[in-house]
Design a protein around this ligand. Structure first.
Ligand code: AHM
Ligand code: MG
Length: 334
């Protein structure tokens, strides 16, 4: 039984290794893990709870809002609202930042998330997930409520980030202090148990993940990368194409097996499809902590300062050698 490391025990032990830590971050991570458990339960029972399908609304991105998107967003807000640690949140589903009631002491963190990534897959029972990140607010609390400026920080300033994936089992993966830890939800205990300590991504490009249907619109970076992974080069012997269409699932698989995920600019998605703040930045932080890299092709994702909470970017994320190849060709003069 001593080997049974719950996320709670893990957070206490991680905190004990940093005597200067106040315990607030552990508490905040606990709140996000609680939300992930509730969302997981709703995803598992979606077909029975009448929460499949759309709400009839379209979000600020112009995308159809699914009932489970809404439910996941409200669950996270409920778990973050009253812990006194969070001053504001930004989400894929809300047009603007949401200022949370500060309570007796104003929260010193801001949290941003995609509540249910891959939600177009919901009705087909394909893995989906929650992607999140945490910054310390930069404006002084005595200046009043947080503003969008508190979210306009580079990914390198993250305190922690991670994701939950609702797949054949539910996992919670987070990075903090350069260490990536993965937990699997034991449905009997209702607890996240440490199953993947110190995740390091293998330096082999086992999987390549890209929506090849769009390849005729691609620039030199993704075109060169696709040609490379399909070549006879010894590095790609035994590699295979894998594309779920849920970013969180594709990145998680490639993190564990080695691989590269690319969503470049194309005719439909000028400037890229994926969102910088609550998709690219949190996943880049996890992947870099595990030994990989993430880039737009021209800029390291973690160096970018968002100009808007819903800003989109081209994304290449995974093994460093493949990201470097993509960058080298992306910056070629055309
Ligand atoms: P979502 O956040 O609205 O679910 O959209 C983002 C998703 C990603 O999870 C996935 O990588 C991508 O869109 C798939 O796009 P496409 O269907 O164009 O390949
Ligand atoms: Mg998403």
């Amino acid at each position: 039984m001593s080997e049974l490391v719950t996320i709670h025990r893990h957070l206490i032990e991680a905190q004990a290794a940093h005597p200067e830590a106040s315990g607030e971050l552990s508490s905040l991570l606990g709140s996000i893990a609680l939300a992930a458990k509730i969302i997981s339960r709703n995803v598992n029972k979606a077909g029975l709870l009448n929460v499949l399908g759309g709400t009839g609304d379209v979000n600020v991105q112009g995308e159809r809002v699914m009932k489970l998107d809404d439910l996941a967003n409200e669950t996270l807000k409920a778990c973050l609202r009253y812990n006194g640690l969070v001053a504001g949140i930004a989400t894929e589903e809300d047009d603007d930042i949401v200022v949370l009631p500060s309570g007796p002491a104003s929260g010193k963190y801001v949290v941003f998330y995609d509540p249910l990534d891959g939600s177009s897959n919901i009705d087909a029972n394909i893995p989906i997930g929650t992607i999140w990140g945490i910054y310390q607010r930069t404006t002084p609390a005595h200046d009043g409520p947080v503003t969008a400026a508190d979210f306009m920080q580079p990914g390198s300033a993250l305190v922690a980030s991670g994701y939950a994936i609702y797949g054949s089992s539910t996992m919670f993966v987070y990075a903090a202090g350069g260490v990536v830890s993965g937990f699997t939800l034991d449905p009997e205990y209702g607890e996240f148990i440490l199953s993947h300590p110190n995740i390091e991504t293998p330096d082999q490009c086992k999987c390549y993940s890209m929506n090849e249907r769009n390849s005729e619109d691609w620039g030199p970076g993704p075109t060169a990368l696709l040609a490379a992974v399909k070549s006879t080069s010894p590095r790609y012997q035994g590699s295979t194409a894998r594309y779920v269409g849920s970013l969180v699932a594709d990145v998680h698989r490639n993190l564990l097996y080695g691989g590269i995920f690319v969503y470049p600019e194309d005719r439909k998605s000028k400037g890229g499809k994926l969102r910088l703040l609550y998709e690219a930045i949190p996943l880049a932080y996890v992947v870099e902590a595990a030994g990989g890299t993430a880039s737009t092709g021209r800029e390291r994702i973690l160096d970018m300062v968002p100009t808007h909470i819903h800003q989109r970017v081209p994304l290449c994320i995974g093994n460093s050698a493949e990201v470097e190849l993509y960058e080298r060709h992306s910056t070629e003069p055309t």
